[in-house]
Every structure is written in C-alpha cells, then in structure tokens.
Design a binder for this molecule. Structure first.
Ligand SMILES: *Cc1c(COP(=O)(O)O)cnc(C)c1O
Length: 370
C-alpha cells in the first residue's frame, strides 16, 4: 500500500527525543521547546514563536489573543479544512465565507471586500495544499478597513509569496505540525508573530492565563495548549531538514506533472508566477473527459494499493454550521466544484520516484484515452 501521506523522520528525531527521556524533561518546560520556538519563528521571519498542542489550538489562540469574540466577524475561505472556522466559533465570533479562486483554490481576493461589514475584525487567509494566497490585495484591504490578518499556514510551511516566505504577512500566523504536514511534531502547532503584545497575550493564554505576579490568580480565560519538550524535540529535528523535505515535495510534484500532463480529463495543480508552491498535497481534478468519475478512480486506485483522499467539503455544506444557523444560503460554486472533482494523490516527502511512476501508470491505465 502506498499511503496518501507519511512523515519522514530521517534526521536527529530519535537522538533528541532520547535526550528528553534520559534527562527527564518530558513535559512542556525544556530546552527543545525554547529552541524550536525561536528557530521556527526565525524561519518565518518572525520575532516570536508560541508553540501549541495543534494547528487548531494555534488558530484558536490567535483569534483569542486578538480579543476577537462575540459580535465580531472574521472572513474565512469556503474551501478549507474546518479548523480555522472552528477556531473563530470557539471564541463566539462569526465566520463569514468567501468562495475559492479557481486556479489556486485559495480565497478569492476579489470577493472579500463585499463581505466586510462594521463588525468585521479580521481576514483569515488559508494557503491551500501548499499554494499561498494572493496576499497583497488582502493586506491592502486589511489596511483600508483596519482589520487583522490571521494567516493559516498549516499547509504551507516554506511556501513563498513574491519571494517572501508565508508566516509573517499576518499580524498573527498559525502553523500545524500534525503527522502529515510538511514538518511534524506528531501533534502540535505554533503561533508566530512580530507583535510583542500579541505574543505576550498568546503566551499567557496558552498557559491557563496564570498571572506573572501572583501564581493561581487569573485575569483571563486561559487554555492549556502547551507543547511538550518531546514534541518540540521532534520538531527541531524536522526543522533542521525542512529545506530537503520541501525540495522533495517539489520534485515529486514536477514528476507527477510530467507523467500526468498528457492524460485527458485531469487538471493539475499550478504555481502562480508570484508563488512558490510547496505541494503539501498533490491534488488533481477529474473532469468528464477522463472517462471514469473521481470516486470510481479512487476506488480502483485503492484496489491497486494506492491510497488517495477527496479534497475538502466546502464550509457552506457542513451540517454543524447549518445547525448554528450559518451558511445555509451561501453559494460557493468554485469550492463545490473543487470538492466534487478533486482528490489528492500520495504526497509524503518520503515517496520514491518509482512509486510515483507506478501511481501515474495506474492512473493512465484507468483513463479512457489510455
Ligand atoms: C491541518 C490543518 C489545520 C489544523 O491542524 P491540526 O494540527 O490538525 O489541528 C488547520 N488548518 C488547515 C488549513 C489545515 O490543513
């Protein structure tokens, strides 16, 4: 079986984790937490890194640290994994949807302004499957309407917009280190920022909002979102290899592109001239001319030992939000099309060229054009 995504732990992970176990520093205090936070923030061109237990908790922490809550609105994409919307809802603020843009599948920047109201507090661009959002228009709008930008970078470690790495365009920027992300800590996440006030607030809130003056005194509603030293040890080892992990994903994408480009009925992912795509998940769309449908293709690939996943189900189609009275009337035709036609092929950094050739041959064999 070729899994859709596996971590590649080919650096000093074992050495650093053993060090934690041997020295007893297994909880959330320890040198690996400090070093991983510093080095990862630096990687993002940010001054401050605040590690968390997941990407989801990083997003929640970011929204909470900005003081966003009841009565506020946050603009989010319709085509995304659900975490950024949950993060908004956890604070009792309201997510407002914008459809995807058909080429990069990220938030359609031409449709954001019409969704801004006096209650809007932030825009949350989500870089999708490794391709960055078009950040300049988003930053212009944020400046014009005095809004925060909260980047969701969970799928795009190391991706670039106009030559600059994602993760510092937002007032706050949130990463995930789940097992299938570009670098992993098993479970984990991080908020990175250049704003010392936001950093301080986030650091306090993630640690139960303990007061620095008087232990067990709480002026805020805090959370326990503390990453362990063991997780950070894995993260640091991963970070040491991040350039290689990204290069491998980019090389895989280029090989996929070469081998699939001449098959009719497959739309391949793109890289805008202003972007560096890190191809977190190599995602394709299956059109009518391919001959068999997306779901049938996935089932046949699985029979041949190739695991795939469908692309996201749009946020306007989620029962949980309908139950909350949200998005019932929202129409997001692009997100809906991406959801209907899309799947991702095996994308882990550890794949071999042989495996990719095998996957592409199998797909070719299943297409009508042959
Ligand atoms: C994976 C992911 C997250 C959440 O990360 P977890 O660590 O699994 O909580 C958030 N946003 C996006 C876009 C993601 O893909």
């Amino acid at each position: 079986m070729i899994p859709v995504c596996e971590p590649l732990l080919a650096g000093k992970e074992l050495e650093y984790v053993s060090d934690c176990l041997k020295t007893n520093w297994i909880s959330s205090v320890g040198k690996y937490v400090v070093e991983f936070e510093q080095k990862f923030a630096e990687y993002c061109n940010c001054k401050y890194g605040i590690s968390t237990t997941s990407g989801t908790t990083a997003l929640h922490l970011a929204v909470a640290a900005l003081g966003i809550g009841k009565g506020d609105e946050v603009i989010v994409p319709a085509f995304t994994m659900v975490a950024p919307l949950f993060a908004v809802v956890y604070t009792s603020a309201e997510p407002v949807l914008v459809d995807a843009e058909p080429e990069t599948w990220t938030i359609d920047v031409t449709k954001i302004e019409e969704k801004i109201t006096p209650r809007t507090k932030a825009i949350m661009p989500v870089h999708i499957y490794g391709h960055p959002c078009d950040m300049e228009p988003i930053m212009d709008l944020a400046g014009k309407y005095k809004l925060y930008i909260i980047e969701d970078d969970a799928e795009a470690h190391g991706a670039e917009y106009k030559g600059r790495r994602v993760g510092s365009f937002g007032h706050v920027n949130c990463f995930s280190f789940y097992g299938n992300k570009i670098i992993t800590t098993g479970e984990g996440g991080m908020v990175v920022t250049n704003d010392s006030k936001i950093a301080k607030k986030a650091r306090t809130l993630k640690d139960m909002a303990f007061s620095s003056e008087r232990r067990f005194l709480h002026a805020d509603l805090g959370f326990n979102y503390r990453m362990t030293n063991i997780q950070a040890a894995i993260g640091l080892a991963q970070l040491e290899k991040i350039d290689e992990l990204i290069e491998r994903r980019r090389a895989h994408a280029h090989l996929y592109h070469e081998l699939l480009k001449n098959i009719e009925g497959i739309r391949l992912p793109i890289e805008k001239e202003w972007a560096r795509n890190v191809y977190w998940m190599y995602s394709i769309l299956i059109e009518g001319e391919f001959g068999i449908g997306r779901d049938e293709l996935m089932a046949k690939l699985l029979e041949k030992g190739i695991e795939t996943r469908t692309t996201f189900i749009p946020m306007n189609k989620q029962p949980i939000f309908h139950k909350m009275g949200l998005f019932r009337e929202d129409k997001c035709p692009i997100a809906e099309e991406l959801s209907r036609k899309g799947l991702y092929l095996p994308s882990g950094s550890g794949l071999s060229d042989e495996q990719i050739k095998n996957i592409c041959d199998t797909i070719k064999g299943l297409s009508v054009g042959k």
